[in-house]
Design a protein around this ligand. Sequence first.
Ligand code: UT7
Length: 312
Amino acid sequence: MYVPERVVTNAELAKMVDTTDEWIRSRSGIERRRVAADDEMTSDLGGKAATEAMQAAGVTPGDIDFLVVGTTTPDLVFPNVGCLIQDQLGIPVCPAFSVEAACSGFIYALSVADRFVATGQAGCALVIGAETLSRITNWNDRSTCVLFGDGAGAVVLQPSEEAGIISTHLRADGAYKSILNTAGGVSKRPDMPLDESLYIQMRGNETFKVAVRCLENIVDETLAANDMDTSEIDWLIPHQANHRIIQATAKRLDIPMEKVVLIVQDYGNTSAASVPMALDVAVQDGRVKRGDVLLLEAFGGGLTWGSALIRY
Ligand code: UT7
């Protein structure tokens, strides 16, 4: 993973909008978040996380033959962030693209890369989740600005005789498009300044309830598809939007919180970056060990949601 240097605490936000450290901690579990420097783009964060992932996997840019990035905050309309990272790291000609599925972006990207590796069409895939959500955050809106942060995480996928990614499961329901979105973008130009039209708008409480329901269902489906039950999961690595969503999901699934990786307190909601960042934190601190069964899940605007069952 890679996160920008600048830490923004709840106390700092309380000077900017009508909020308190106590409200933010108790409603979301967030204590601080990272915010990218003005000259730091999504591709910079993603490129740095990718470099760490390649080092950990013992591969070089020359080995990569497939590159996919989950992001909602691309540097540019085009070239896509995958191409920008390809150029930045000196990765040879290969498919390079980004997947736009909000907070589920990494799970979507992982699922696509898994299919290419499993069918032999890719031999070494780089999968990245990277975001600069601070660029589409309305810093005057207390209901959203306290929640989001910037960061990136990455993994390398290679073929193996042993199961690595056991299965992935993707879902979306566009009927919920209005509860979490931006008012404008590239093709849709509402009558407001472009910056403002890109601000995240969320009906938080509604999103919360749908999130818990969808995540419970997708975890159940994932386990049923593999004839497994929750006691066989060593680590739940959830999207880090809100500690109460994570707790409620774990409770419904009867997974003790000791088996849940939580980083929301340190980084807030980093959208597509949150799951690979949480995975890295738990690998680096020694919690996740070789052979452990991991259940990754995410939920976000669209609405989109998904899961990945992995033997690490
Ligand atoms: O990652 C993609 C998916 N995103 C999510 O899953 C996020 C889902 N939603 C949430 O995490 C929670 O709904 C929030 C953390 C956003 C809000 O928590 P909540 O318990 O659902 O609160 P609420 O929206 O029902 O608001 C409660 C009160 C409201 O005041 P009134 O109407 O009760 O007087 C808000 O105006 O809290 C007020 N409020 C705040 N107060 C202090 C909203 N934001 C703030 C704030 N500081 N920053």
